[in-house]
Design a protein around this ligand. Structure first.
Ligand SMILES: Nc1ncnc2c1ncn2[C@@H]1O[C@H](COP(=O)(O)OP(=O)(O)OP(=O)(O)O)[C@@H](O)[C@H]1O
Ligand SMILES: [Mg+2]
Length: 335
């Protein structure tokens, strides 16, 4: 006797599978694509040990400078690092990373990041532009969809750190990223010592609470401009500074002097951090080399790997790493 299952057949039943309507077909395809993307985001989440968002309330305070600096400083430690540049309307990370004019490399349906200075992997919306003069004007839903696609479809490989650079303001982009990418360690808030920027960075901190992503700390950028020089040992130096100020110092026994001009107010980032009970990660000096680096594509950390700005970044990175618990999956406390 055969042990195959006994099936009964109702001759009146209609066995032909119902044809899906084009709309149903489209819905199924969308659901499938979404499921695949969700799985790939989870996979990405596992392969990337730490994910750090860089935000500010106000534009032009140095988010991209800080994002690229953090990434390069971590890479200087020998870690594998990536940067995701979310700024669709004004992406300038590729330029800072020496990748101007690069295009995306797609293989087996996966987007492969470009490799910038010190092997840092870079994905930027700029890679989608025909020319750098083409402004990308994408409406909200398209923009957010593109961001999700970018996150889900990029083949980062294993990374110790992914730094995510955002456009200015507390807009939809950080929300989309926070909802899409699992286990974000937290955010770094960039501010300048000015009062307006400070007010805006306070907004970012409040925003972080609504995102449920902890603040890892505040970085004060363009903190002071240091002038160094040589003069006969022991001589008094007076330098005329803007706003009628005079900077005074004395040359040391080796005939060297240096004075720091606080272009904006000083210590504001620290005050904001204290006020909100979040860590202050450190200050970055005003360094014209950042502007040059933005123009000629050689980042300050690469042109002067042991210069004052690289040293300041290393200290900020050390403070950041202190905030990040090394065990994967372990939570983070806001201090
Ligand atoms: N510490 C610094 N010293 C001197 N120049 C700086 C410093 N930090 C940033 N800059 C310069 O200020 C300008 C703005 O910096 P950056 O592009 O990093 O700001 P952003 O916050 O990313 O701007 P956006 O809001 O447009 O994205 C750039 O020209 C950059 O080179
Ligand atoms: Mg920027």
């Amino acid at each position: 006797m055969s042990d195959s299952p006994v099936t009964t057949h109702d001759p009146n039943a209609d066995d032909t599978p119902a044809e899906a309507s084009p709309q149903e077909q489209k819905k199924m395809e969308q659901a499938y694509a979404q499921m695949k993307r969700k799985m790939s985001m989870e996979e990405i989440g596992k392969k990337i040990k730490h994910k750090v968002m860089v935000l500010s309330g106000k534009g032009g305070v140095g988010k991209s400078t800080v994002s690229t600096g953090l990434a390069l400083s971590l890479a200087q430690q020998g870690l594998s690092v990536g940067i995701l540049d979310i700024d669709i309307t004004g992406p300038n990370v590729p330029k800072m990373m020496g990748l101007d004019g690069q295009r995306l490399h797609v293989e087996s349906g996966r987007i492969h990041p470009a490799k910038g200075h010190l092997g840092v992997k870079v994905i930027s919306m700029a890679f989608l532009l025909d020319s750098e003069d083409t402004p990308v004007v994408w409406r909200g839903p398209i923009k957010l969809g593109a961001i999700q696609q970018f996150i889900g479809d990029v083949e980062w490989g294993n990374l110790d750190y992914l730094i995510i650079d955002f456009p200015p303001g507390t807009s939809d982009e950080p929300l989309t990223v926070a909802q899409s990418l699992p286990d974000i360690d937290g955010m770094v808030i960039v501010t300048t010592p000015q009062e307006v920027a400070l007010l805006d960075s306070r907004k970012s901190i409040t925003f972080s609470e609504s995102l449920k992503v902890p603040v890892l700390g505040v970085v004060e950028n363009m903190s002071g401009y240091t002038i160094s020089g040589k003069a006969p040992p022991g001589s008094d130096i007076e330098i005329a500074a803007p706003a009628g100020k005079t900077l005074k110092t004395t040359a040391n026994d080796a005939g060297e002097f240096s004075v720091t001009l606080d272009i904006f107010k000083k210590g504001g980032g620290k005050l904001t951090a204290e006020e909100f009970g979040v860590p202050f990660l450190g200050a970055l000096p005003f360094d014209p080399g950042f502007v040059r680096g933005g123009d000629d594509g050689v980042h300050r950390i690469v042109s002067e790997p042991e210069g004052p700005s690289a040293v300041a970044f290393a200290a900020i990175v050390a403070a950041l790493q202190d905030q990040i618990i090394e065990e994967p999956g372990a939570g983070l406390e806001i201090i």
